[in-house]
Design a protein around this ligand. Structure first.
Ligand code: PHE
Length: 454
């Protein structure tokens, strides 16, 4: 395994490897499962518009900031702040990031477990002959079941841990390079099938025609949270990955490629799903079940559906896996470098702790259905608070750190690879990172929580 000369740390070994691993982290359930249903709940096209605006004005800036912090410090999320700002409270951002990774993984792996159940169902032909209503009931019954959602969740945690335990670079770099392009091909085929269903136009209109009367301050915050979540930023995943990027790789072009790929996949997922939603008469705000109900419906209507269905769920599980690995890596890198554990011990301990919390998330409709707060189950609470609160707060402090604390020289050195790249966009970046990004995040956040009113 290659390492950054002189540092003794692992690193990615190729440019494409970095992009595949980072895109592997970014592209996941956030794009294919979460984006369509939060867009459905929050105004469709108008939501898409906000989401795109946030990716461009804030997401790209936060992502580059994380890379700058991680690569210059060569440490995990907490250690990076300790090293760059010794004796200052900035490391608390790192602690918050590790906690966010911990909580997000707990519910994310629950959904990843659902993809395994659906993979199984597609192999045993479990969707055959079911109407959209029956597919809806099937999903509900599965989630309310006692042990199945838990079992699949635990299996997924074991899968994630078994890759992280042996060091991720070789595994991720190798597999994501093959699997991510394959996911794209399948999604394109599904979109085409969905677009040719009768009534597809209505779905596309819903996805692309902005109706700004649907935009509440809460929806704006949800769009920001979704943009950060989908790009894997705001909690230090990319500080951690950035610390494995070689000193001569170009950070900015990586950021652009990954953001474009991630956005493209989210839109493509919308194109695959919304036409089917309208063609089958499903409520576009069908929450977490949307993808698990519509896609099996499309598979039934397409030639070769019995082949594409398992293929799709395999790829969905893989897309989830390349994301869960990156979340676990945040916690493990912290345990290894700051708490001086071996990677093996760090992986086992963190995976076990996360699995305990995750049991409550996975069992939110079954065993633990009565565990609620203000009408939200554990899953809903984790899903909403981590993404709409912890990530914006994390993103805010990350850009403040790079914009105001790190110093222009250090930032310049990092994005220009010590002067060997021209990095002419630097002036724009400095302006965005100092002013636009923090102010925009603060306004959206405070407004979304009703602390200030616009
Ligand atoms: N970006 C991933 C997705 O869209 C989720 C993720 C969030 C991964 C945060 C790592 C860190 O599915």
């Amino acid at each position: 395994m290659a390492s950054v000369p002189g540092s003794g740390r692992d690193s990615f070994t190729s440019k494409f490897g970095i992009i595949a691993a980072t895109a592997g982290s970014a592209i996941g359930l956030g794009n294919i499962w979460r984006f369509p249903y939060v867009a459905g709940e929050n105004g469709g096209g108008a939501f898409l518009f906000l989401y795109l605006a946030f990716v461009m004005a804030i997401g790209i800036v936060v992502m580059l900031s994380e890379f700058v912090i991680g690569r210059s410090a060569q440490r995990n999320t907490v250690g990076a702040f300790l090293k760059l700002a010794p004796g200052k409270p900035w490391f608390l951002i790192g602690i918050m990031g590790v906690s966010a990774a911990f909580m997000i993984l707990a519910f994310y792996a629950a959904v990843a477990g659902w993809t395994l159940e659906y993979l199984y169902q597609s192999v045993v032909n479990g969707f055959a002959g079911k109407s959209p209503d029956e597919l809806g009931e099937m999903f509900t019954a599965f989630r309310e079941g006692s042990w199945r959602p838990i079992l699949w969740f635990l299996i997924f945690m074991v899968l994630t841990a078994s890759i992280v335990i042996s060091g991720i670079q070789k595994g991720i770099e190798k597999y994501t390079k093959i699997l991510m392009p394959l996911l794209l091909v399948i999604l394109v085929i599904l979109s085409i099938r969905s677009l040719t269903l009768p009534g597809a136009g209505e779905g596309l209109r819903f996805l692309f025609k902005p109706d700004f009367s649907k935009i509440t301050s809460r929806a704006v915050l949800v769009a920001l949270g979704q943009a950060l979540f989908s790009l894997s930023i705001g909690m230090g995943t990319l500080i951690t990955y950035g610390s494995y990027i070689r000193k001569n790789d170009n950070l900015a072009t990586t950021v652009i490629s990954v953001s474009l790929a991630d956005t493209f996949i989210a839109i493509l997922a919308g194109v695959a799903i919304f036409p089917a939603v309208f063609a089958f008469g499903i409520d576009p705000a069908a929450e977490e079940g949307l993808v698990f109900i519509t896609l099996p419906g499309i598979f039934q209507k397409m030639a070769g559906g019995c082949i594409f269905a398992p293929l799709f769920f395999i790829l969905l599980a893989v897309a989830a896996l390349t994301s869960t690995i990156s979340m676990l890596e945040v916690v493990v890198a912290y345990f290894v470098e700051e708490l001086k554990m071996t990677r093996r011990k760090a992986t086992i301990i963190s995976a076990v702790l996360i699995s305990i919390l995750g049991l409550f998330a996975a069992g939110s409709w079954g065993w633990f259905e009565n565990m609620t707060l203000l009408g939200n189950n554990v899953f809903g609470l984790l899903n909403f608070t981590t993404i709409n609160i912890l990530l914006p707060v994390g993103g805010f402090f990350i850009v403040l750190f790079v914009g105001w604390f790190m110093g222009k020289k250090a930032v310049k050195a990092e994005i220009s690879n010590e002067g060997s790249l021209k990095a002419r966009f630097r002036i724009v970046f400095v302006f965005l990172v100092r002013f636009i990004a923090p102010i925009a995040i603060a306004i959206v956040f405070l407004n979304g929580l009703g602390i200030i009113r616009f």
